[in-house]
Design a protein around this ligand. Sequence first.
Ligand SMILES: [Fe+2]
Ligand SMILES: [Fe+2]
Length: 320
Amino acid sequence: MITTAVKKSVQAFKSSPKFEQPDYALKQTIPIRHLAIGFEGQEIDMSFYMNNQLATIFFATLSVFLTYGEDLVIETARFHRDMVNDPVLKQRVTSLIGQEAIHSKLHNEFNDAIAHEAINYPVALYRFLGEKFFDNIFLKFPQPLKLSMMAGIEHFTAVLAEYMMKHEKNFYYSDDAKTRAMWMWHMLEESEHKDIAYDVYQLLNGNYSLRAAGFFIALGTILGLIPFSTLFVPMLRKPKDMLTRKFWKDAGRGVSLIFSPKDGVFGSTMGQIFDYLRPDFHPNDHDTSAYLEYYKDKLLSEGGAIAPYLIKTFTPPVRH
Ligand SMILES: [Fe+2]
Ligand SMILES: [Fe+2]
């Protein structure tokens, strides 16, 4: 029902590609990095994010649901890759697919680990809900809308990545090196590939209203569904804790770490999130290249947070 109605309304959005393509050959190539982390439930710090449980649970919830978002990005990027004629942009789409596939794999390993009784995160329940939601609704949407959602999702991960790169210290409150490596590697790559989905959308469709629709769906999922699901985790996990003052103090601080307009992860980046609705928006209007260089250098070289887990780097070839 929903999907038939959506199909009909998407047909009303005429594609209008009016995109001036950059010379992709001038851009840095994007490697696919293979990591082996080996998460163990009993080692994971559930106060990893700035010594705060609720904010850490928010990121755990994001970890569970984002694997479905990544699967949507992979499926949609694969579907559209053949329609891209520029061989270098095509190569970049292959890099996007490869990076997202490994994100999804590693996050699933992390999600398996937080199901451990030491943590007791409701992974099975949320996976069941995530799967039903994506399989029955989002994945049934017509391809142009999925393309727009892909660009929208990638915008949110780009904003998150930029925030995290600008607040490096937030990942160093804990000794949990494995969780740190996962998030820092993920954020680095989200920033690295942030323009690909958008460029493909502009090239193959470009309709502004449809782009805005994809943005609002991503907004509702990331800033509606995920915070909402986070609220139930303490109840499902350790309901007795909720009777303590400590819990509510932690919860109050957690909400502010994510939503405070002053310096919260999403609260303080609302302007940048909604900048996506500017008709001439482009992800590279927010220049993150200096951060990216700094992090690649710092995290991937010996002694860096990602280095111990990096097993292979592969750059897809350009095929003419
Ligand atoms: Fe990702
Ligand atoms: Fe991404």
